[in-house]
Design a protein around this ligand. Structure first.
Ligand code: TYM
Length: 339
């Protein structure tokens, strides 16, 4: 039975846990703005606060980080009139559908999630139950909007694939074609920005040292210092992409340059091939400052008026609920709940 046809709808989210990084900007927010400007898509962007508390968040930090993520989205070009922009806890459909979908997802599927393994490490008995169940809530975020496209960085690919598995099992078990098969959108040279001190690890909000990452709110001096001290290697830059093989730190810095200029990596190497780090790193730092300074200035301005940010998220939540609630209601109905 065909239950519905699906409009092209984009959903994505960022956790308000710690400050935002260049990885979030290049891997996610920049693409979100492009998709917003494409008239073929409806775009829904969420500050996923309920995901943040899967690990301990100091209450004051959660409040500040929630506003910081909203400010970063707006400062980067997300327009709350064109896109639906809100924070997750204001739309109860996420938690409700999250429960229903955690009854569809299988424990064996959750056990394969590499991000859980990375985050829990040897501590699997001590982490929260929420951290383990997190991918079912993420599936609910996406499926509550019948989202067809999810722009994310490479690290979230497995979670979007799990979302498809959950949607497919639901549709099969209930004999419907209700949830869409969502596509991850992972494109561009900087879909996996790496740690500046260790090219084998992803740049993350929560790494041990601040020198490992560029924060969206870093000032020009901090950005210059971090790129200057970023790990590189003893060789000069190659002229072709193949020359970056087995050089993770070099590849990362060139990919960041490419991501910031919206060029491909080969194009950047055609310009810088043969150059040493003494030339490339200052050029990269200048470029990052040029691109990030207007965004961080605007973020600071927005953060000075938290009430306005809160009002924007509240309005967005009303619009979001308007889309998600009928989908949740139909899910309950398909499953046979008496409501
Ligand atoms: P989060 O908050 O860790 O990251 C937000 C977005 O930024 C991308 N990203 C990166 N991209 C490239 N290089 C990096 N170093 C890097 N670090 C982060 C992430 O891939 C992501 O796109 N589970 C999600 C949040 C979420 C979500 C959703 C996303 C919850 N529900 C529904 C999409 C759809 C997360 O923890 O992202």
């Amino acid at each position: 039975m065909i239950d519905q046809t699906f409009p092209q709808r984009v959903f994505s989210g960022i956790k308000p846990s710690g400050g935002l990084t260049l990885g979030n900007y290049l891997g996610a927010i920049k693409r979100w703005v492009e998709m917003q400007e494409d008239p073929g898509y409806e775009t829904v962007y969420c500050v996923v606060d309920m995901h943040a508390v899967t690990v301990w968040q100091d209450p004051a930090d959660l409040t500040r980080a929630t506003r910081e993520v909203a400010a970063a989205m707006i400062a980067s070009g997300i327009d709350p009139e064109k896109s639906i922009l809100f924070n997750q806890c204001r739309v109860p459909a996420h938690a409700e559908l999250g429960w229903l979908l955690s009854c569809v997802a299988r424990v064996g599927w959750m056990n394969r999630m590499t991000q859980f393994k990375d985050k829990a490490g040897k501590n699997t008995e001590k982490v929260s139950l929420g951290l383990y169940a997190y991918p079912a809530l993420m599936a609910a975020d996406i499926l509550a909007y019948h989202a067809t496209h999810v722009p994310v960085g490479e690290d979230q690919k497995q979670h979007v694939e799990l979302t498809r598995d959950i949607a497919s099992k639901f549709n099969h078990d209930y004999g419907v074609e209700f949830f869409p098969m969502t596509e991850p959108v992972i494109e561009g040279p900087a879909m996996r920005v790496m740690n500046l001190r260790d090219g084998s690890k992803k740049m993350s909000k929560s790494g041990d040292s601040d020198m490992e990452r560029i924060n969206m709110l870093d000032d020009a001096d901090a950005i210059a210092k971090k790129f200057k001290k970023a790990r590189s290697d003893a060789e000069e830059l190659p002229s072709e992409v193949a020359g970056l093989k087995d050089r993770p730190e070099a590849k990362n810095l060139v990919d960041i340059y490419a991501g910031l200029t919206e060029r491909d990596t080969a194009d950047v190497l055609a310009e810088f091939g043969g150059a040493g780090w003494g030339k490339f790193k200052p050029a990269l730092a200048d470029l990052a400052v040029e691109k990030l300074a207007p965004v961080s200035d605007e973020m600071r301005r927005l953060l000075d008026a938290p009430d306005e940010l809160d009002a924007i998220m509240a309005r967005g939540a009303e619009r979001a609920a308007g889309v998600a609630e009928p989908i949740l209601a139909r899910t309950f109905e398909i499953m046979g709940f008496v409501r």
